[in-house]
Write a protein that binds this ligand. Structure first.
Ligand code: ADP
Ligand code: 5GP
Length: 210
């Protein structure tokens, strides 16, 4: 990732499947214009209603492998048999516009982003309990075998939650959205993200006689 000074940083939201990444992302985008979705690419078939370039960039496996080989992906992962990856360009375009890229990616991908891009803020989302997660997966219309696969994957995902910066419990959706927005707001106040302002103040102070 090129070392450049941007106003904001990526907000990476990860969770076991069904944890609420997609709905929390929509909530954030509605809440404040500073949040923007950074579209990722996938080799999985398009679902009814999904729009190319809005939900995903749908690519073939050879196209995906080419992007990966050319170093155009910030991170990638194979999730439930399909490739997913974040184009560097998607994230950079949002940062260049002075907005916060919201990355809703799988748990492994989130950890890779943090390694490559330590300024990124990582949020782990969890429903209030396992029963709720199962209900939400079923409610989303997942077949029983798909629910089982996602819960199996959740076992290993939960184990690495401690590597994330924040935990948000997605019980009441509006509250979860507000909490993620509040985390972003507080992160902008971190002193090490604002040293240029402190230095500017300091240089002005040094030049003046009182
Ligand atoms: P993910 O993108 O992490 O796989 P989704 O955002 O698709 O998860 O959420 C899984 C399902 O649970 C969806 O049907 C969504 O509408 C529902 N859901 C998510 N969060 C809540 C919530 N706080 N209250 C009620 N339903 C929720
Ligand atoms: P779905 O196929 O249900 O849209 O997504 C499956 C999983 O892949 C979800 O956990 C989703 O967040 C994740 N995902 C989507 N895009 C990316 C990406 O670019 N990179 C990674 N690592 N995971 C992604």
């Amino acid at each position: 990732m090129p070392k450049r000074k941007f106003k904001y940083f990526p907000m990476v939201i990860a969770s076991p499947s069904g944890g609420g990444k997609t709905v929390v992302r929509s909530g954030l985008l509605k809440l404040n214009k500073k949040f923007a979705f950074s579209v990722t690419c996938t080799t999985r078939p398009r679902r009814p209603g999904e729009v190319e370039g809005k939900d995903y960039y749908f690519v073939t496996v050879p196209q995906f492998l080419k992007l990966r080989k050319e170093g155009r992906l910030l991170e990638w992962a194979k999730v439930h048999g399909n490739y997913y990856g974040t184009p560097v360009k998607s994230v950079m375009q949002v940062l260049e516009k002075g907005r916060i890229p919201v990355m809703t990616i799988d748990v492994k991908g989130a950890r890779s982003v943090k390694r490559i891009f330590p300024e990124a803020v990582t949020v782990f989302l969890l429903p209030p309990d396992l029963k709720t997660l199962v209900q939400r997966l079923r409610g989303r219309g997942e077949k029983p075998e798909n629910v089982a696969i996602r819960l199996e994957t959740a076992r290993s995902e939960i184990k690495v939650a401690s590597t994330f910066d924040y935990l948000v419990i997605n019980d009441k959706l509006p509250e979860a959205v507000r909490e993620v927005a509040a985390i972003a707001e507080l992160e902008t106040r971190k002193i090490n993200r604002n040293l240029d302002k402190v230095r500017a103040f300091g240089s002005e102070l040094a030049r003046k006689r009182f």
